[in-house]
Design a protein around this ligand. Structure first.
Ligand code: HEM
Length: 434
C-alpha cells in the first residue's frame, strides 16, 4: 500500500501538544505557588531591583519581582509558564481548526468538539487570571478593562463589579479571588476536560483520513519531551512579561507599548474599532461601545463555534455516524464558513494594532480604524465566496483528471501510424500502459 497506508498525520499532533503544554503549566505553576503571594496589601519594595527601591508596591508584585530576580531559576520557571500559556492556547486553536475543516466533529464526536471549545475558553480565562496575578502595570490595564466590561452590563453591572472588586477598584480582594480561580478551579476543570476527552477517545476510537487504514498511537513520550524542551528553550532565551520594566500597578496609570497576550488581541481590536455609542435609555446610559465588542460579539462568536456541529446537522440533515475525515474541498460550504470565521477573527486581531499600522505606514488612525470597521463586515463575505469557489474548482479539476487520466507527455506511435499520448491512471499515479 506504500504511502497510502500512512496513518499518522502531523495534524493529529496538535491535541497532544496542547495536553503536554498543559502538563508543563501545571508543573511550573506548582513551582510558582511556592513563592508567589496573592496579597494586595501595599508594602515598600526593598528587593534587589534598584530603580523601584522604596516604591510602594503590593505584596503580589513584590513576590513576583522576587521570583523573577532573586529566586534561583525563578525567572526561567515564570517565563516557561507564560510561554506554555501562549503555546497551549495556540495548539488548542489549531486543533479546533483541524477538527472543523475535516468534519471531525460529526456524530459521534459532538461532545469532543465541545470539550475543545471548553478548553479554549478555560485556557483564555486561565491566561487572563494568571496575567492579573503579578499586579504590575499591564495587570492593572487588564483589571481596568475587566471593570469597564463588567460595569457595561445592564442592570447587574454595578452589583457584579462590587462582587469582583469589593468597595473600591482595584481594592484588595480581586487578586486573591483570581488566584483561587487560577490555581484551583480552572486547572480542575481543564484536567476534567482532558480526562473526558481521553475517555471519549477510548470509546469511539480515533478518526482517520480517507485512504488511511488504521490509526496508531504516536510516540507520546518523545512528543512530550519535545514540547517541554521547546518551551524551556523559549523560557530561557525569549523574554516575556518583564514586570520590572512595566512597574507596579498604579490606578489611573496605563502602560504604553505593552500589548496583551496574543489570544486576547481580538477583544482589544473589537473594542478599538467600535464607535463610541452610548444611548441614554429611560435615564440610564447603555454603554454599547463596550457591551457590543466585549460581550455581544465574542459571546455570539463562541456560541456559534460551540453550536456548529448541531447547526450543520440541522442544515444538512446528516445524522449518520462518521469515522472517516472529510477533505476540506469536499465540504465546500463548511470550509467557506471556516474561512469566513478565520477572517473575522483575524481582522479583529489585526485591528488591535491600528495605532501601529497608522504609525508605520504613515496613515491616519481614523482611516485605519474605518478600514477595519468596513473590513470586519465585508471581509468574511468575500472570504466565504472565494473559498467556496476554490473548493468547487479543485473538485472539478480533480473530476476532470479522474475521467481523462493524467497526461504524461509521452507520445507513442501506434502500429497503424497514428500518434497517442500515454495517460496515467489518476489514482495509482502510474502510467496505465505499464
Ligand atoms: C495547576 C495549575 C496552575 C498553577 C498552580 C498556576 C500558578 C500560577 C501562579 C502562582 C502564578 C503567579 C506567578 C507569576 O505571575 O509568575 C501564575 C501566573 C500565570 N499563569 Fe498560572 N498556574 C496554573 C495553570 C495555568 C494555566 C492553565 C494557564 C494558562 C492557560 C496559566 C497562565 C498563567 C499566566 C499567563 C501567568 C502570568 C505569568 C507572568 O507572570 O508572566 N497558568 N500561575
Amino acid at each position: 500500500m506504500g504511502m497510502r497506508s500512512r496513518t499518522d498525520h502531523w495534524s493529529f499532533l496538535l491535541g497532544e501538544i496542547a495536553l503536554y503544554s498543559l502538563a508543563v503549566l501545571f508543573v511550573t505553576g506548582a513551582g510558582l505557588m511556592v513563592f508567589y503571594d496573592p496579597d494586595m496589601t501595599l508594602v515598600t519594595y526593598d528587593g534587589v531591583y534598584a530603580p523601584l527601591r522604596d516604591v510602594p508596591v503590593s505584596q503580589a508584585f513584590a513576590s513576583t519581582m522576587e521570583i523573577s530576580l532573586e529566586v534561583r531559576g525563578g525567572l526561567l520557571i515564570r517565563q516557561v509558564h507564560h510561554w506554555a500559556t501562549l503555546v497551549f492556547i495556540a495548539a488548542v486553536c489549531l486543533h479546533l481548526l483541524r477538527l472543523f475543516f475535516t468534519g471531525a466533529f460529526r456524530r459521534p464526536r459532538g461532545l469532543n468538539w465541545l470539550i475543545w471549545v471548553g478548553l479554549l475558553l478555560t485556557g483564555m480565562a486561565a491566561g487572563v487570571t494568571g496575567g492579573i496575578l503579578p499586579d504590575d502595570l499591564l495587570s492593572g490595564g487588564s483589571l481596568g478593562l475587566i471593570q469597564g466590561i463588567t460595569q457595561s452590563i445592564p442592570f447587574v453591572g454595578t452589583w457584579l463589579t462590587g462582587l469582583l472588586f469589593g468597595d473600591a477598584v482595584p481594592g484588595d480582594q480581586v487578586i486573591p479571588l483570581f488566584y483561587w480561580l487560577h490555581v484551583l478551579a480552572l486547572p480542575l476543570v481543564m484536567a476534567g476536560l482532558f480526562a473526558a476527552r481521553r475517555w471519549l477517545l477510548r470509546r469511539h476510537g480515533a478518526t482517520h483520513y480517507p485512504g488511511a487504514v488504521r490509526v496508531s498511537r504516536l510516540g507520546s513520550l518523545m512528543l512530550f519531551a519535545a514540547t517541554a524542551g521547546v518551551l524551556t528553550v523559549l523560557g530561557a532565551v525569549v523574554q516575556i512579561n518583564p514586570i520590572w520594566l512595566y512597574g507596579p500597578n498604579r490606578p489611573g496609570t496605563i502602560s504604553a507599548g505593552a500589548v496583551p497576550d496574543w489570544y486576547m488581541g481580538f477583544l482589544d481590536g473589537a473594542i478599538r474599532i467600535m464607535p463610541g455609542w452610548e444611548p441614554v435609555i429611560a435615564g440610564h446610559p447603555l454603554t454599547l461601545s463596550v457591551l457590543i465588542p466585549a460581550l455581544v460579539v465574542p459571546g455570539a462568536f463562541f456560541t456559534l463555534l460551540a453550536a456548529y456541529p448541531l447547526i450543520e446537522r440541522k442544515l444538512t440533515g446528516d445524522r449518520g455516524l462518521h469515522h472517516t475525515l472529510e477533505r476540506p474541498r469536499d465540504a465546500a460550504v463548511r470550509t467557506a464558513i471556516g474561512a469566513a470565521g478565520i477572517t473575522f477573527y483575524g481582522l479583529l486581531w489585526a485591528a488591535a494594532a491600528n495605532d501601529q499600522l497608522a504609525h508605520h505606514f504613515h496613515l491616519s488612525l481614523f482611516a485605519v480604524t474605518w478600514f477595519f470597521r468596513v473590513a470586519v463586515v465585508i471581509g468574511p463575505i468575500v472570504a466565504f465566496e472565494l473559498t467556496r469557489r476554490i473548493c468547487l474548482a479543485l473538485r472539478w479539476q480533480e473530476a476532470e483528471t479522474k475521467s481523462h487520466g493524467v497526461e504524461t507527455g509521452v507520445i507513442v506511435r501506434a502500429p497503424g501510424g497514428g500518434y497517442a499520448e500515454v495517460v496515467r491512471d489518476f489514482d495509482r499515479r502510474l502510467p496505465s500502459g505499464t
